[in-house]
Structures are given as structure tokens and as C-alpha cells.
Design a protein around this ligand. Sequence first.
Ligand code: KG4
Ligand code: ZN
Length: 400
Amino acid sequence: MRESSGTGPGTGLILGIESSCDETAAAVVRAGSEALSNVVASQMSLHANYGGVVPELASREHLRNIVPVVREAMSRANITFADLDAIAVTEGPGLAGALLVGITYAKALTFGLGKPLISVNHLEGHIHAVLMETRQRSEIPMELPLLALVVSGGHTHLYLATHQQGSETWTYRNIGRTVDDAAGEAYDKVAKLLGLGYPGGPWIDALAPHGNPRAVPFTFGQIKPRAPREGITSKKAPPPGEGPHFDFSFSGIKTAVLRYVQTHHLHDSIEARRAAFAADPTLTPKSAASVTLCDQQTLDLIASFQYAVVGNLQRQTFAAAEAFGARSIVVSGGVAANSELRRRLQAEADRRNLPIAFPSLALSTDNAAMIAAAAWPKYVAQNFASENLGATPQLRLGQQ
Ligand code: KG4
Ligand code: ZN
């Protein structure tokens, strides 16, 4: 089976709104396949001072940004609110206060305009970012079932996704997830530990090619298969599920990097680097000076960390694809921007003759085009949200 592009009522103009974490975003997408605008107001520099997202600051910034960002998205799309067929908004998962800003604004807009409201799971959005772009490029649709690796600062998930022929409704099954840190979180924490900038992914991505990836042999232990357990309500406790699960764990490698830093007495050089970066905020991950601020031992550590993380993501993804008979692979989320991940997953997919797709760099990280794109099948199915829609910070996607 192939995923279809589909057509439906109206002109298919959907305004997407995303505010689940630290980006306030709005976009207009036509029929899930053509982004007429895609506006993102990033709060990255604000949170960089704290080395991570501060929820209260995020909510305040969303409040400040939501109106101008939506206006800009409408203006760039060159349409009026009356032209819209629906408004889609991220319901979760994410930060409660941040989600509420987008949801409240979207509800007010739909109420005022008399247009339908569509709620979208942020993780589904990441998957549809890639599907939208393959349609936009008029590529052959991805073969189903497809395996989606959603890998970002808050998530590391594997989903098996499909839809029945003739139906626009997608179904998802979670067949793997991190049991502790997300992969992007590990990038961010290791970068912070080594005195690099925030978010850490782009720094480690840019510096890793200057080091020896085999210098420090990091290993990943086997994660025990999930077993049904009753009476456990912690969000870390995996629920009962059928079939094999391909789970991830990234807290161990973060601790291993910390131990390496301690046993090799890297603290002084890290502090010196941190001070140098603080003194010159114009330095970027790709500045030549950023490389020279790292000694060879640190560059080797960075390269080895990335080599191990990407290797782990690669092994689990292809093992899951094989076990579940996936016929194509989609990779999405902030970490999908990583050049080594793209290179190695593409090479492995080519070796196995499996189609694989990545989002453009702009649609790898959080955006609203992905929310508007994921809303399109729901619009066709007239699957609308009620006026009581609230934020669901722990929202899950599909069957677990
Ligand atoms: O999808 P995203 O914008 O937000 C979440 O939903 O989390 O992802 C942000 C994450 C951060 O952890 C960031 O360090 C990571 O994506 N990231 C990268 C790269 N660019 C962003 N990780 C590795 N390599 C990159 N080039
Ligand atoms: Zn995301």
C-alpha cells in the first residue's frame, strides 16, 4: 500500500498553531501538501542562559509572540482568516502552560470565525512534516506501513504508521521509546557539561567531524523487553504492549561522558571554554574559533559520543523495521537535523533497499506547518475537536 495524498472539501487551507515547548509557530498549509507560510519565533536565546527550557518563561514568551506570529503567517500566505477551512493546534505532549497559550488562542479564533478546530498530537506532526515534504516534491508516496523515528529534545519514539486504503485516518503503534532521557536531551546535557552552547545538538554535530569517533568506546546495554506490569502509574513505567519493543536509554552515556571528564581532569579546560564562549556570544557551532576552543581530547570525546548515539538509533530503528516488516522509514524531530545520523541512516537504508525520508532542516525542529499538515486527514474525515479542548502534557500517540 502507498500513502495517498487525498482531496477533500473546501480549498484545504489550514492554519496550524504550535506552542508546545520553546517555539511559537504558525503556518498555513494547503491540503496537507503545500506550505504557503511557516513562521517560527524561537525562544532559544532566552533559554540558552539557563541551559534548558524554563517553563514559566516559555509561557510568557508564547503570550507575547502568538498574535504577531499568526498575523505574519497569514500575511506571508497572502490570505485572510475568511479563506481558512480550519484551524489546527497542538494538544500535547508538551509543557502545560505553553500548550495552553496556543490552544486558548486557537479556540478563540475558531469561535470568532465560526471555523472548525482540529487538535493534533505534536509527535504526529513531526511525522507529517516529512510526508508533507515528500508530497510537495511530488515524490512517490512512502510505502506503508512506514516506520517513524521521532527523535528530539523531548522524545525518542519509534512508531509503525499506516492507513487503510481509501481512508485518510492514520493509525500509529508505538514500538519503541526512551526509558529515560531523549536523545536530544543527551546532546544538550553533554554539550552543557563540556562548556558548549545551547541547544547542544548543533554544537556536537559541527564539532564531531574534528575528532576520532573510535577514541572512547561507549557502549549501550541491552534494555530488557517490556513486560506487562500492573498498578504502576509513573510516566517512566512502560505500559503493557504486544510484540517486541525497541526501547532506548540515553542517561547511561551521559553519565559515562561525565565520568570520562572527571577521570581525565577536563574541568579546567571546560571552564576556560565556557568563559571564552560567554565572552564572545557571536561564536556559532560552525565558527572556526569554536573548534580551536576545544582540545583534541575533547573533540575525540564529542565524536565518540555522537558515534555511539547515532549507532544506537540506527541499530534500534533497523531492527524494528525488520521485526515489523516496515516498507519505508521516516525520520523526524530536532535530532533528525544531525548530519551523521542522516548519513548513516541513509547508507543503511540504501544497503537494505528501504526508502527513507528526512525533513528539510527547517521542518526538523518544531514548527506549525507539521501541525497543519497532520490536521489535513482529520479535516477530510471531519474529525474536529470540541470547544472544551484542553492541554494534555503527557499525550501519547496511538496504540502503545
Ligand atoms: O524537535 P525539537 O525542536 O524540539 C523538541 O520537541 O524537543 O528538537 C530540539 C532538539 C534539541 O535537543 C537539540 O539539541 C536537537 O533537537 N538538535 C540536534 C541538532 N539540531 C537540533 N541534535 C543533534 N544534531 C543536530 N544537528
Ligand atoms: Zn518536537
